[in-house]
Design a protein around this ligand. Structure first.
Ligand SMILES: [Zn+2]
Length: 413
């Protein structure tokens, strides 16, 4: 057992444990169970101090204590602590009593990926890697590039050729080597895995391949606990590709429950786009196992992951969803566009389509009566709108001011 010492207090990421056969490994750069190929999960052996602080203060003052990283290796670009904003106008529009939006797009690179990647890069530093590789649909790319720059590591990034230019440009601007890959995201995933296996660079692909990254996602639960003063939302909507964000948040809530500071868990809702919905399809068909989708297509690029070659990730998330008594749902691109526009015009929140899918899903769930209008709902807004301007549709042309004041007044109306 490997115990990590933190600032005089014993803090305890304990092992990597297979989620299928439960075999345990020391905390090492492993990507899957050596026995059965299963997904690995970091286990902890917390002492009582965190529970005490949570009970007394309703928060953990140093959230780094919850991560499986030595404190001297932590890389910080200002990630986390994102706002939780009540959306009164939008709630009224969609006829729900209370809607809280977690502004993950306020992270430094503009998406929630700064959380998992922050932990992943810190582990790369701790393990002594000089180079990392990632497959990403764009947001993870920017996050890896930014953290690698800060940590002084080399970053190699594979993105699907369809990735919005804003995202590829952002990643390259931080100094990373960005390479476009033909075909769906799964092809980039395969390439990063091959490079990692053949050259030994650390793979930070934020599916479930790197067991440490999901620990960064976990912190969202602790922030929500703090921001809601100890209350637990009834339902949490999370846009999902492979779904580590959803699993991470639920892991955080399960930890909070194990500390005895909450007595119920939120229902987790996995939100997908109709053009790429392997997990939602399996859920609706009542299947236990998720099957991959080889040619996904949607405007919601951040969640366009057909899981080809790693459908077991989807199965794992489906299990989490069911354990939480939640459900998976998919929305069409038109409803996602509509929700994107509502978020901007009602709440001043400019998000990418993948984030808006969470709100489109709430509307659909209310319609289908999967949730109650009195439910306390949180939606994760995962990525910034500026990251995908090609999918922003304006219903008007932006006029140029004429020299004549009279004509200008006519335009202004
Ligand atoms: Zn195993």
């Amino acid at each position: 057992m490997l115990i990590i010492q933190k600032a005089g207090v014993e803090m305890y990421a304990k092992s990597l444990k297979c989620t299928s056969c439960h075999k345990e490994y020391p905390l090492s750069p492993l990507y899957e169970c050596q026995e059965c190929g299963g997904i690995l999960n970091v286990t902890f052996d917390y002492n009582g101090m965190i529970a005490e602080e949570l009970k007394k203060e309703k928060k953990v003052s140093n959230k780094a204590d919850l991560l499986p990283v030595k404190s001297e290796c932590l890389v910080n670009i200002g990630q986390g602590n994102t706002p939780l904003v009540e959306a009164e106008k939008l709630a009224q529009r969609i006829a729900i009593k209370k809607l809280l939006l977690k502004y993950e797009f306020c992270n430094p690179t503009g998406s929630f990926k700064d959380r998992p990647v922050g932990v992943g890069i810190s582990k790369a530093v701790e393990f002594g890697y000089k180079k990392v590789v990632v497959a990403s649909s764009g947001n993870g790319a920017a996050a890896v590039a930014a953290f690698a720059a800060k940590a002084g590591l080399e970053a190699l990034i594979f993105v699907p050729e369809s990735t919005p230019p804003e995202k590829t440009k952002q990643a390259a601007f931080y100094g990373a080597k960005v390479i476009k890959v033909e075909g769906p995201y799964s092809n980039s995933f395969k390439m990063a895995k091959e490079i990692s296996n053949s050259t030994g660079v650390f793979n930070l692909t934020t599916t479930f391949i790197n067991p440490y990254t999901v620990e960064g996602d976990k912190i969202v639960a602790y922030e929500l606990f703090e921001q809601m003063n100890g209350a637990v939302p009834d339902v949490i909507y999370v846009p999902i590709g492979a779904g580590p964000l959803l699993s991470g948040i639920f892991k955080g809530y399960e930890e909070l429950k194990s500390f005895g500071v909450i007595d119920k868990l939120p229902r987790m809702v996995g939100v997908q786009a109709e053009g790429c919905s392997p997990i939602a399809k399996a859920y609706l068909a009542g299947k236990q196992e998720v099957e991959s989708e080889d040619n996904p297509s949607t405007i919601a690029g951040g969640i366009c992951d057909g899981l080809t070659g790693y459908a077991k990730d989807g199965t794992y998330v489906l299990e989490t969803i069911k354990r939480s008594n939640g459900f998976a749902i998919s929305c069409d691109d038109d409803s996602i566009r509509e929700a994107q526009s509502w978020l901007a015009t009602d709440e001043g929140a400019f998000v990418e389509p993948s984030s808006a899918a969470a709100v489109a899903a709430i509307v659909k769930s209310l319609h289908e009566k999967s949730i109650d209008k009195d439910a306390k709902v949180v939606a994760l807004l995962t990525g910034h709108g500026l990251k995908d301007m090609g999918n922003v549709k304006l219903s008007i042309d932006i006029p140029t001011a004429p020299n004549d004041l009279g004509k200008l007044l006519e335009i202004i109306g």
